[in-house]
Design a protein around this ligand. Structure first.
Ligand code: G3H
Ligand code: 13P
Ligand code: ZN
Length: 322
């Protein structure tokens, strides 16, 4: 199977009450870990590339790595998606360069500018058989160069979604309901603490999600910033020389619930970073004499695979849906 768009994936996910994982890829080990897990679990998957990833690894290398993964996993529907495209030009370059899906993220701009640029991308993308994700509302956290402080984010206004989707013709819509980017999703002041002193985050705004669904029934919704920052990995990082105090993510049960509703795409990057970093830190500490990168990248790749398998089975519900 060649790379596919997300149209069919989202239709089946919407109807089936599950979501497709969109995992960020930056190098070979990450591409392999994700796609080996998806392949073994017979799950559709989205591999997404940020502007930062294109700067780090180079567009051509990333596309070729994904093409190799498609060849190795011929039975799995896979989409190659641009994450947080910030201009028509960057979207066009990915559409021309082999991507099957792009995100145009003008969510920090005024509504009319967001509509105008999104529509420009949609017109070009649809002419080339590519689908478009857009965004309304702003998440807290860091994405590429844009940083929004926790507490300064703004939830999506349900009143705007129908007009936005109709006027732009976008294929899916990312909304802000309290998720955020990175491994520090909430300030301690926004949380409570459990008996072990671990931060407990405020719940996602399912009321906002449900209002959005009412305005655009049947339309695929996307959640960014959906890492759960598993505390067992934070512990390993901190045990082996790292320093990630009060790292906190979105509880898996809330993401599972969102997937049962209209959320068809769930974005996960930080958890992959955390799994790799925890594994490499532990490996390095336990094998101070090793210096062949394959020695520590092999368990790191396995950690990516295990993390993605866990998401597919316990959070997304996409196992067996290829
Ligand atoms: O939304 C942001 C993603 O986690 C990508 O992060 O821009 O550091 O590659 P990045
Ligand atoms: P996390 O930082 O929660 O993994 O979110 C990733 C993301 O939204 C990529 O677009
Ligand atoms: Zn994002």
């Amino acid at each position: 199977m060649a790379l596919v768009t997300t149209t069919e994936m989202f239709k089946k996910a919407y109807d089936g009450g599950y979501a497709i994982g969109a995992f960020n890829v930056n190098n070979m080990e990450i591409v392999q870990g994700i796609t080996e897990a998806a392949g073994e679990l017979n799950s559709p998957v989205i591999l997404q590339v940020s502007k930062g990833a294109r700067n780090y690894a180079n567009h051509t290398y990333l596309v070729k790595l994904v093409e190799a993964a498609v060849k190795e996993n011929p039975d799995i529907p896979m989409a190659l998606h641009l994450d947080h495209g910030d201009s028509f030009e960057v979207c066009k370059s990915c559409i021309d360069g082999g991507f099957t899906s792009v995100m145009i993220d003008c969510s920090s701009m005024p509504f009319e500018d967001n509509v105008r640029i999104t529509k420009q991308v949609v017109d070009y993308a649809h002419d080339h058989g590519v689908v478009v994700e857009a965004e309304l509302g702003t998440l807290a956290g860091v994405e590429d160069e844009v940083c929004v402080e926790a507490g300064k984010e703004s939830y999506t206004h349900p009143d705007e979604v129908e007009e936005f989707v109709t006027r732009t013709g976008c294929d899916s819509l990312a909304i802000a309901i309290g998720t955020s980017h990175g491994a520090y999703k909430f300030k301690a002041s926004q949380c409570t603490r459990n008996e072990e002193g671990i931060l407990v985050p405020p719940p996602l705004r399912f009321d906002v999600l449900e209002e959005c669904i009412k305005r655009i029934p049947g339309f695929p919704i996307v959640l960014h910033g959906s890492s759960s920052v598993p505390q067992e990995f934070v512990k390993i990082v901190n045990q082996y020389g790292g320093n990630m105090p009060d790292a906190i993510g979105i509880p898996e049960a809330e993401l599972r619930h969102a997937a049962e509703l209209a959320v068809c795409k769930i974005n996960i990057d930080s958890d992959i970073r955390l799994a790799m970093t925890a594994t490499i830190r532990k490996y390095m500490a336990e094998h101070p004499d090793h210096f062949d990168p394959r020695q520590y990248l092999k368990p790191a790749r396995q950690a990516v695979k295990d993390m993605v398998a866990h998401k597919i089975q316990n959070v997304l519900g996409s196992a067996g849906k290829a």
